[in-house]
Design a binder for this molecule. Structure first.
Ligand SMILES: [Zn+2]
Length: 354
């Protein structure tokens, strides 16, 4: 029998907690059959592409020569781009498979709701570089961009997946402000730490965190862990955020697209392209299953340790039912964010997307 996973890290004395807010970064419509099996070929759902605003109470981790905020703001993902013209032609063609969709007004402008502007964002962490997560990096022209190991290679050289969603813009991220977290494994561990654009270094090392074999203590204070979540796309990372005493928020990126996969009701879906090749939304489905299993273990761990576990659907948490305006504070919940297909939302039925 496998040994039980490590417990989640205990709090430090004077533990810092982060505030996390969800921002809707546009809406796309997804066919169930590309994500879950079994499925009905006619079932589609319109879902938000989410960005998350994370506020740390105080750290110099991202201060830029003394210019950064003393209470850093970090974005995790930026949703969809605000304009179709911002996408490469093949990406625009792929979006034709996602109608109806709504791009814009863009995550940067929505920061006004928090009395912030993009200049206030110290760092943007991308879970991965797919078109529905990277948003408009150009709007964050002072922020440091942090991506998982291998992401730069995906942007530059593409990857082996042949689906129309596997198209990447080599000039997406600013070269002089983009840093990859180190590779996972002792061979990538630099005792001097990770070099940032201002020539300073950060001690970011992958270590086991709860059920996850590799996580980085981002601020060095156990408040936010970057989690290695392989299988979906090279460089895919998640965030485990400590939002209060015994309260965690797991931002899962594209690790698990549908809650029915997490609870065992469905399997990961596959589909055939026009040439009869079998495709999957995950570049490595077997490895993706292992990452999903670790989220299941996180659920078990929270349950067994007597922590409050709230498991809920995306829209019931993030979106007000009438207006589509997002609720702003998620801090009191332990959530697994299955941020793509939300089964609380009915199968698509002429929903207004404007
Ligand atoms: Zn993706």
């Amino acid at each position: 029998m496998a040994p039980p996973p490590n417990p989640l890290p205990p709090p430090k004395s004077n533990q810092n907690y982060v505030g996390v807010s969800a921002i809707e970064g546009g809406i796309i419509t997804l066919p169930d059959e590309a994500f879950v099996s079994p499925s009905n070929p006619w079932d589609k759902r319109s879902v938000p592409s989410l960005a998350f605003l994370i506020e740390h109470p105080g750290s110099t981790m991202f201060s830029r020569g003394g210019v950064g905020n003393s209470s850093p703001y970090v974005m995790f993902d930026l949703g969809l781009r605000k304009d179709i013209e911002g996408y490469l032609p093949p990406q625009q063609a792929h979006l034709d498979n996602r109608i109806p969709y709504r791009l814009g007004p863009g995550v940067a402008s929505k920061l006004e709701d928090y009395e912030l502007d993009p200049g206030d964002i110290d760092a943007v962490i991308l879970s991965h570089v797919h078109y529905d997560h990277h948003g408009d990096p150009e709007d964050f022209d002072q922020s440091l961009f942090l991506v998982g190991p291998g992401s730069k290679g995906v942007l530059k050289y593409g990857c082996k997946g042949a689906g129309s969603h596997q198209c990447f813009d080599p000039s997406l991220l600013p070269q002089d402000r983009t840093v990859e977290f180190p590779g996972v494994g002792p061979e990538y561990e630099d005792p001097d730490g990770t070099l940032l654009p201002d020539d300073s270094r950060r001690q970011w090392y992958w270590r086991p965190v709860g059920p996850f074999p590799a996580g980085i203590d981002l601020f060095g204070d156990r408040s936010v862990y970057v989690i290695n979540a392989p299988g979906h796309l090279p460089g895919h990372i998640n965030l485990l955020c400590r939002t209060g005493p015994n309260k965690w928020l797991y931002l899962a990126g594209d690790t698990c697209h549908d809650v029915r996969i997490l609870n065992g009701e469905k399997e990961i879906g596959t589909w055939k392209d026009e040439r009869g090749r079998e495709l999957c939304i995950h570049i490595d489905p077997e490895t993706a299953k292992k990452s999903i299993n670790r989220i299941r273990k996180l659920q078990d761990l929270c349950r067994e340790s007597g922590q409050q576990l709230e498991f809920a659907h995306v829209e019931s948490i993030y979106l007000a039912p009438q207006t589509g305006i997002l609720t702003s504070v998620l801090g009191s919940k332990i959530l697994i964010d299955c941020s793509t297909i939300d089964t609380a939302h009915p199968v698509w039925s002429a929903r207004d997307i404007q």
